[in-house]
Design a protein around this ligand. Structure first.
Ligand code: P6P
Length: 332
């Protein structure tokens, strides 16, 4: 595909990567694209909420003003449901998974897991936030109501995964297992254009992203790795960049090289990030861009999930940096 192709053209073109495709995955990705535009519009005017009506009051459409993560959740569910392309959805915002059984949805073969607005607490201070999604084929019988097992698949079974980053510009980055491509929104016409074809993470980098405020609570291996990054070797070899928004930190590290770590700590014995709709989709993108994703000891995509909202420690980014961090974890 040439540059300036739209995401719509790209999705259709890529359809021939899949044998016997019914176009269902293309329609699914297109519904995510639509939801991304709707959420983008609200995120970009979030600062005006106090002028337009704070949460709990009515907005100019007479609808009750919602918290943006609830709004984003509703819009993604609405877009996915109306296109009749998914039979089940699991979301960070919902305790249990949702069966989608209206119309042809129940006959669909895909389930979607998502964090509709990760890092939403950053919105009040105008820091970038992101939506993260992960797509699987259901494992239970087509046409029957989805079951928990459909959502508890290892990340290696993902059919597609991606994120939307609402940053200085809005970009949708996704993979269907054939590399990673980024599409930047031209808000003046509401179209995503191919801006980052075939994204590759540099094998090495000099950026580490971690909340050093938790240093005293980190495992020894993480402390040792940070000291390795900070020790003087002539000029300072590394720099620390931590936005507090996983999608933003991951996106920068994918382009520039770097490592993001959210380890276990005494405050978060299993880490903070969720395996199913944060770590697995980001890990799929990482591996498809030539990077690595681990829980400090094993490949994230090999972990067999036990529950919907389970947390895992997360080391993701440039291959040689993740391997070095894993070395320190192994030897601590
Ligand atoms: P902390 C946002 O809440 C998030 O899930 C990630 O986007 C971000 O990297 C991390 O948590 C920040 O967590 O504990 O450092 O504030």
């Amino acid at each position: 595909m040439g540059n300036n192709s739209t995401i719509g053209e790209f999705i259709i073109e890529s359809q021939n990567h899949f044998k016997y495709t019914s176009g269902e995955l293309s329609r699914l990705l297109s519904s995510i694209r639509l939801a991304a535009k709707v959420v983008n519009r609200e995120v970009n005017k979030a600062g005006l909420v106090d002028i337009l009506g704070a949460e709990g009051s009515e907005n100019i459409q007479g609808e009750e003003q919602q918290k943006l993560d609830v709004y984003a959740n509703d819009k993604f569910i609405e877009a996915l449901t109306s296109r009749e392309v998914v039979c089940g959805i699991a979301s960070e915002e919902n305790d249990d998974f949702i069966r989608i059984e209206n119309g042809d949805n129940i006959a669909s073969k895909y389930v979607v897991l998502m964090d509709p607005l990760d890092g939403s607490s950053n919105i009040d201070v105008n820091v970038s936030v992101g939506s993260i999604f992960s797509i699987y084929r259901r494992v239970s019988e087509t046409g029957s109501p989805v079951v928990l097992e459909d959502f508890l698949q290892p990340g290696s079974e993902q059919v597609a995964a991606g994120y939307v980053l609402y940053g200085s510009s809005t970009i949708m980055v996704y993979t269907t297992g054939h590399g990673v491509n980024g599409f930047t929104l031209d808000p003046s016409i509401g179209t995503f254009y191919l801006s980052h074809p075939n994204l590759k993470t540099p094998d090495n980098g000099n950026i580490y992203s971690i909340n050093e405020g938790n240093y005293v609570h980190f495992p020894q291996g993480v402390k040792d790795y940070l000291k390795y990054c900070q020790e003087e070797k002539g000029e300072r070899p590394y720099t620390s960049r931590y936005i507090g928004s996983l999608v933003s930190d991951f996106h920068r590290n994918m382009i520039k090289g770097g490592i993001y770590i959210y380890p276990t700590s005494t405050k978060a014995p299993n880490g903070k990030l969720r395996l199913l709709y944060e770590c697995n989709p980001i890990a799929f993108l990482a591996e498809q861009s030539g990077a690595m994703a681990s829980d400090g000891y094993q490949r994230i995509l090999d972990i067999k999930p036990e529950e919907l909202h389970q947390r895992v420690p997360f080391f993701v980014g440039s291959k040689n940096m993740v391997m070095k961090a894993m070395e320190f974890m192994e030897n601590s």
